[in-house]
Design a protein. Structure first.
Length: 229
């Protein structure tokens, strides 16, 4: 079960209001009213936000704050760090709004920002471990035994190839399409499919209980009188 999202410092209500509030029915400028925002697509909301609509950002934040937090929480064990990265993702969205072009799904665009933040964190952690001797105390949750019930699954996931594990998480937890995963990881779609199949097969094999082999010292049936042993 996904953990509840902590309170964020980032407050979409603090964004400056635009003239859109004075003319909520004007759709010529691409800015939907607060009522229309809930029924608009992600791409429509992002376009409206790029033109100054704070209501559009509020709706996007409401839709994706929990999924983005979950994305980081599954990859960073420290919840405070996951919260920090989530804030950085939406701040990155704020900074890039003026340059937004609807070339892909908004969801892919947002997760791409999150991936850049995560990659930068991993590079810094690797640098500290290699050159400064400082190991990152926050282990990968897929390799950490947080709960007894998830011990077996976490150990199995940790044994997967790094890229296969990422594809599996994006598909099974983030519910991204093959095309979105291919775009994020810069892989051909067929490669994503094959890696996902390999990850699922490996995970299934790892989760299967081991078969006890017959041993030479296993007790033998006692021969009855008059029978050959």
């Amino acid at each position: 079960m996904q953990e509840a999202l902590p309170a964020f410092v980032l407050n979409p209500e603090a964004l400056p209001r635009t003239a859109m509030n004075e003319t909520p029915k004007n759709e010529a400028n691409g800015a939907p009213s607060a009522e229309a925002a809930t029924s608009a697509s992600d791409e429509q909301l992002m376009l409206a936000f790029s033109k100054g609509s704070s209501e559009a950002f509020t709706e996007l934040f409401s839709r994706y704050k929990q999924p983005i937090y979950g994305f980081f929480r599954r990859r960073v064990s420290d919840p405070c760090r996951a919260e920090e990265f989530t804030q950085e993702t939406f701040l990155g969205l704020l900074r890039a709004a003026a340059r937004y072009e609807p070339r892909a799904l908004f969801r892919t665009y947002l997760y791409a920002i999150g991936f850049k933040i995560l990659s930068a964190h991993r590079r810094k952690a690797a640098f500290r471990a290699t050159f400064l001797g400082h190991r990152d105390s926050s282990r990968d949750p897929s390799k950490q035994d947080a709960t007894e019930s998830g011990l077996w699954v976490r150990h199995a996931v940790a044994k997967l190839d790094g890229m296969d594990r990422e594809v599996l998480l994006l598909r099974e937890f983030e519910q991204l399409s093959y095309a979105e995963i291919a775009d994020l990881l810069q892989l051909p779609v067929n490669t994503v499919r094959s890696r996902l199949f390999r990850a699922r097969t490996a995970l299934r094999n790892l989760l299967e209980p081991p078969v006890e082999p017959l041993t030479k010292n296993a007790p033998q049936p006692i021969a009855q009188k008059g029978e050959r042993a």
